[in-house]
Write a new protein. Sequence first.
Length: 146
Amino acid sequence: MTQRSVSAVPVIDNYEVRERMYYTKEHEWMKVENGMCRVGITDYAQKTLHEVVYVDLPPLGQKVTQNASFGTVESVKAVSEMYSPISGEIVERNEKLVNSPETVNEDPYGSGWIVVVKASHLDDELKNLLSHEAYAKYIEELIKKK
């Protein structure tokens, strides 16, 4: 497997893994910003799905539980569940994805984010998530199995 770094962003076999983020084995990422948790799907997930055509956004105020489904991402290839990396309440959702779901493919770690969660058990649940190094190793293992 090829591991290289482009502008300090690790790349595993053409899959970008951003630093200073947390990850799940279901391929969601989470970035803690002033006590809030911005959530999206990883570069690996969006490339595996291919062309995203619909994102099922949860309603504002919905309670989410760590590792429980909170919506789906649909592509021309498949429908995939999204799993919350953290427990809490949806306080913001990316309305841009309603009319431009392809933004998830174009910028999965930036303008393609899905929701913001106000975490209810942040400190306790962070230890259940993967660091960028651990997620990169996880992707390497998945690629080896292909």
